[in-house]
Design a protein around this ligand. Sequence first.
Ligand code: ATP
Length: 468
Amino acid sequence: MKDLVNLSQARWFVYAWSEIYGWLANSWDYGPYGSLLKENIKNLWIKEFVQKKDEMMLLDSSILLNPKVWVASGHVWGFSDPLIDDKNTKERFRADKLLEALIESLWEKASDLQTKYSVNNLIPESWPLEKQTEVMRGEKVVNPNNWEVWDWTDAKKFNLMFKTSIWITDDSSSTVYMRPETAQGIFVDFPNVLRTSRKKIPFGVAQVGKAFRNEITPGNFIFRTREFEQMEIEYFCEPGTDLELHARWKTDCMNFLQSTLSLNSENLRFRDHDADELSFYSNATCDIEYKFPFGWWELWGIADRTDYDLKAHMAESKADMSYFDPVNNRKYIPYVIEPSVGLNRLFLTVLADSYTVEWAWEEARTYLKLDPKVAPIKVWVLPVVKKIWDLAKKVYSQLAEDFVCEYDEVGTIGKRYARMDEIGTPFCVTIDSANYEAWKVTVRFRDSMEQELVEISELNEFIRKRLK
Ligand code: ATP
């Protein structure tokens, strides 16, 4: 993880935020290559789930919504994590996460906790706050930062929504929330979409945008941050068809990760929530988990949320959220399947999965084995000697018509290749005078390091074929 963070910062993927003012902890900026990489992941997601599916549409709703949205959705009273403080150091933690770590460390003995504390399951998130406090104290759970102290306050609910205010007049304001998820914007716009799109159920709405959560313990680089981007889908369907569609979405999301982004299948797994863990309104929920350098963690949540959200907004707003099925002449509130993934978390996944160290001639070579579709820079143009800089720039201009390219004339070829490799550039085009006179250039492949002579007139087509 440390190597990955170092490479990200050195190679312009991710920077610590407001560095000149001494940073703000756990906030990150995306540098030139990070921005392009993030944009590519987002565009591939839109291509897969909007462009290639006739029944899908894209939406861009506001970050600040009417506060009643968050009352109806349950976020004002229920969107919280269990906060627990170490009385000695005043550090704050999520009690459920400390308990999860405890359970993992106990292995098969963990089930003893169930009898000892009369809890129904080994999912601390679902235990009442008093039970979480009792187990924390009873098991003398340590503060993970100093491994010594276990003087815990009572666990209490901590709402994760950021509040801000809108000034109505000079001396009065009203509280609004920074959206903690993009999904509610889709539910609220459901009647608009229905009216204007003329789609028949099943259909879906996709959205990419910023979300904000006042996380108690952000960390693990960009895995959990307070400001992040989500890519969410609400797929509206007829009640009764939901479980089958939930299964289909699980497969589609996994295929996206494995086929489109080319992630290693052994680092991915499904984790279906069992009955104890399911929200009371959910018919099924599954997480796609990824094996991060710090363990298996949720990457993508795929939930069957039934008609809970549309009904909740119907009750609060009194707007009609029902759908009229013209084929069966029937009116109903649609059920919804919600695949939701964090763009930044997926970015970290792509980086971690592609980070490769190979030994050749007793030297380590580090490179990002990114799928060419995802790579921020597709082609790097490198003139070997100064006298052909002008010619090399012409080749660059030809390539830049079709691909995101860079031009680099500084340093030895070996050092330039090493830099391109760490940025994950799949193709380097090297130009020397002899070959240029024959209207040819050398294409060097990142993974195999093999080289091939290509006619300049055929260069763009040569790269285009390999990008597919
Ligand atoms: P977690 O258990 O990790 O807190 P969650 O179950 O609260 O996640 P959801 O509310 O289902 O997450 O959000 C959907 C997706 O959004 C998650 O699967 C994750 O990819 C992403 N996500 C959620 N919270 C954060 C965060 N603080 N930072 C980055 N990504 C996040």
